[in-house]
Design a protein around this ligand. Structure first.
Ligand code: ZN
Length: 440
């Protein structure tokens, strides 16, 4: 039975509480569609038209369908697996005022107020010691474990006028439990016990862990006509999902290699071993290009390559319409958004914008154009980093969304389906770059 891309997205969001869980969910979908996992440490024997994927450091993934003949270049769609949030400190557990709490660091730029008064739990990865070796396993507790309670209005009378001001060190640690009152000695390694019970392993086998808080509320459709999807991590798991769907849902054959790159650590600048600033995708492309025995130059392959960097875009907010440039007020369910910035915070050029718009037109999808309000600093994506690292033309696109970096974001149902169509066209069209590209 095939399920709709929107139901599939909702499942994807729910299973992917952190980047580690997201990569595993992606790998499951790829395996289902006949992709073979490769190990970067092994030799590869790549064949035309065959489908492969690689996971680097458990939280980044590249997947591709080999070109059908002479390997001429790569169509790359890039997205990111990480989302802003609260990561547990190494020695997280402490007691205060009769409560047991967990110290957290702030990862990236979350809207902190949205994390208060939510039913939180823990997910990430755990390192186990097994038979003298270290083994990395995913972790996700389904139990509601944590809460960051707001101060009652009776103790914070001006909060609605002055706004909720949150100190990252003192106001964000969630409460895990109450201290017992029966005089029993406090277990200072409660987290280890929790991890061991959840994974059903011995406490002594746990070497280390990397855990994040996540919201246990599941993704949902919302709105009178079910026009919205509401969930955590829509930025940027929605675009990870769209790229996987474009690569897998409808078979295609193309002379060029179609590839997706789901990087970690975009929210903190991408400079990690599996972030967009690493050599991850250049390494993969180098191996793909040299795999047919013709010893193609990587430089020639890159000259025939292009990238779509897919990430969230800011929909106009009706209650804050003044925060948007009136000429570029993009709306949900009106089509994918091409993002422009003169200072190249987005990598789009006039050339790549025209290519994406043409692709959309060919599959009857409208597009919108976004430029940030000039007197506000503009965010960025993996687009400029990928353009710099690979030296290939990049277009920055995304779907319009509200509440970016909130624990609960909102995006449009129709836009998701439209984005998948355009990305599929990008992968399968064979004469994408055959224009008189003096301006490329
Ligand atoms: Zn993003």
């Amino acid at each position: 039975m095939t399920i709709s891309p929107i139901t599939d997205l909702i499942n994807f969001l729910d299973k992917s509480a952190t980047a580690y869980n997201a990569v595993l969910t992606a790998a499951e979908a790829l395996q289902f569609h006949g992709f073979t996992q490769l190990d970067e440490k092994e030799a590869w024997d790549l064949k035309p038209n065959m489908k492969y994927y690689v996971i680097r450091s458990q939280s980044a993934l590249a997947a591709w369908q080999m070109g059908s003949g002479e390997l001429t270049g790569v169509r790359l769609v890039g997205a990111h697996t990480d989302s802003p949030g609260l990561h547990l400190k190494t020695e997280a557990q402490y007691s205060k005022s009769g409560y047991i709490q967990l110290g957290v660091e702030i990862y990236g730029g979350p809207l902190l107020a949205s994390w208060t008064d939510r039913d939180l739990s823990l997910a990430g990865r755990v390192i186990l010691k097994q038979a003298g070796k270290l083994k990395v396993v995913p972790f996700k507790s389904d139990k509601v474990l944590l809460r960051i309670p707001q101060l009652a209005i009776h103790l914070n009378r001006e909060v609605n006028e002055l706004g909720l001001k949150l100190n990252k060190q003192t106001h964000m640690p969630p409460i895990l439990a109450l201290e017992s009152t029966d005089g029993s000695k406090l277990d200072t390694r409660l987290l280890e016990g929790l991890i061991a019970d959840t994974l059903q392993v011995e406490r002594g086998s746990i070497a280390s862990w990397q855990l994040e808080c996540y919201d246990t509320q599941t993704a949902n459709l919302s709105g009178l006509n079910d026009e919205f999807i509401v969930s955590g991590r829509i930025d940027n798991l929605a675009m990870c999902h769209a790229s996987i769907q474009a690569l897998t849902s409808k078979a295609f054959s193309a002379p060029q290699t179609a590839m997706i790159a789901l990087f970690d650590n975009e929210e903190i600048g991408s400079s990690t071993e599996n972030g967009a600033a690493s050599g991850f995708i250049r390494d993969i492309i180098t191996r793909v290009v040299s795999s047919d025995g013709l010893n193609h130059q990587i430089q020639r392959a890159l000259a025939n390559s292009a990238c779509v960097s897919a990430d969230g875009a800011h929909a106009i907010h009706p209650n804050y319409a003044d925060f948007h440039d009136p000429q570029h007020a993009v709306k949900m369910n009106r089509g994918p958004v091409i993002k422009h910035n003169a200072n190249h915070r987005y990598a789009t050029s006039a050339f790549t914008s025209a290519i994406f718009e043409q692709l959309a037109k060919e599959v009857d999808v409208p597009v919108q154009h976004y430029v940030h309000k000039t007197d506000l600093p503009c965010g960025s994506t993996i687009g400029p980093i990928t353009a710099t690292g690979l030296g290939i033309p990049v277009v920055d696109v995304g779907n319009a969304m509200l509440s970016m970096h909130s624990i609960r974001e909102t995006t449009g149902v129709k836009d998701h389906e439209m984005m998948i169509k355009v990305l599929h066209r990008f992968f399968s069209k064979d004469d994408l770059l055959s224009v008189e590209n003096d301006d490329s």
